[in-house]
Write a protein that binds this ligand. Structure first.
Ligand SMILES: NC(=O)c1ccc[n+]([C@@H]2O[C@H](COP(=O)([O-])OP(=O)(O)OC[C@H]3O[C@@H](n4cnc5c(N)ncnc54)[C@H](O)[C@@H]3O)[C@@H](O)[C@H]2O)c1
Length: 309
């Protein structure tokens, strides 16, 4: 049995950091691809040279082409332009559409059995585009957003309560935008419902900060956007797939009637295993939560319509 192969397209902040997590976790051999000459090769070699120090066994190679990605098990797609201050995710659509179309064609031609994990924004729309252009089954084209959004919510809750991040379980559904749907009712601290630990107004403030979590980092960095937590989140998905862990995680997937939604890629809880999104879990939502889901879906649908495909 050979090693697994994880290819990462886009060797920028998210892609290169994802390569770091993947290699360190020994998820398999790692291939970094970018159009910038020397960048994927240089970052891959540098990372590989860290392996004797950190003690991980993973080959890491960089390339400006796709031949090295052949027969990948998982491909992370991070290529594109990140958001700049004041720029909405939707502003990115036109530029990133062209990039994703060309990248998906190259990737699928060489790795028709891979699971694709999309990271490029606008996330739900790019996942939809990748699904339609790749011709892959819906189980194998996923988008990363919910894990990141949930991680931010968990981090804020842990800080507020002064407890370990490890004990917090939560769920954020919906599109990756300001209209995401955090679910405090499905949030616990070691099984204790969050709603028993914090007053409603405080939870509301944490929810609000979570919704604007991406923008908070963009405003601090001034150039570029978040990359540590996004890359860690994408690699958590890759790990669940490569190790067939059957984890239940919020991911962006194609819906065909679940939650009353059709022909949309949208964040919902899924079971992640070797086949990709092996099933979609439908949780009960109250009227308020349903209306938030509907609002978020409407904004994702609008963005998908702008693809004109
Ligand atoms: N889904 C999420 O939650 C989430 C979180 C963070 C960032 N993002 C998105 O991820 C993307 C990458 O962010 P980043 O901070 O790494 O940006 P970055 O600019 O650091 O890296 C992007 C890389 O893509 C490369 N690239 C551009 N066109 C390419 C092509 N045709 N083929 C191969 N490579 C190409 C660029 O050369 C660059 O190195 C952005 O779209 C960003 O908005 C999404």
């Amino acid at each position: 049995m050979g090693r697994k192969k994880v290819s990462i397209v886009g060797a920028g902040f998210v892609g290169a950091t994802a390569a770091h997590w993947a290699a360190e976790k020994e998820l398999g051999d790692v291939v970094l691809v970018d159009i910038l000459e020397g960048i994927p090769q240089g970052k891959a070699l540098d990372l590989f040279e860290a392996s004797p120090v950190e003690g991980f066994d993973a080959k890491v190679v960089g390339s400006n082409g796709y031949d090295e990605t052949r027969d990948s098990d998982v491909v992370l797609i991070t290529s594109g332009v990140p958001r700049k201050p004041g720029m909405s995710r939707e502003d990115l659509l036109e530029t990133n559409k062209k990039i994703i179309e060309s990248v998906v064609a190259e990737v699928v031609a060489r790795s028709p059995k891979a699971v694709l994990i999309m990271v490029t924004n606008p996330l739900d729309t790019m996942t939809y585009l990748a699904l339609k252009r790749s011709g892959l089954p819906k189980e194998r084209v996923l988008g990363m957003a919910g894990i990141l959004d949930t991680a931010r919510f968990k981090a804020f809750i842990a800080t507020e309560l002064n407890v370990s991040v490890e004990d917090i379980q939560s769920l954020i559904m919906g599109g990756h935008g300001d209209e995401m749907v955090p679910l405090p009712r499905y949030t616990t601290v070691s099984g204790i419902p969050l709603v028993q630990l914090l007053p409603k107004e405080k939870i509301g403030r944490l929810v609000d900060r979570t919704r604007k979590g991406g923008g908070e980092i963009v405003n601090l960095l001034k150039t570029g956007s978040a990359f540590y937590a996004p890359s860690a989140s994408a690699i958590q998905m890759a790990e669940a797939i490569l190790k067939d862990k059957k984890r239940i995680l919020p991911c962006c997937v194609y819906l065909e009637g679940e939650y009353g939604l059709r022909d949309i890629c949208f964040g919902v809880p899924v079971k992640l295993g070797a086949k990709g999104a092996e099933s979609i879990i439908q949780v009960d939502l109250n009227e308020e939560e349903k209306s938030l889901v509907a609002k978020s879906a409407e904004s994702v649908k609008k963005s998908i319509a702008e693809l004109k495909i």
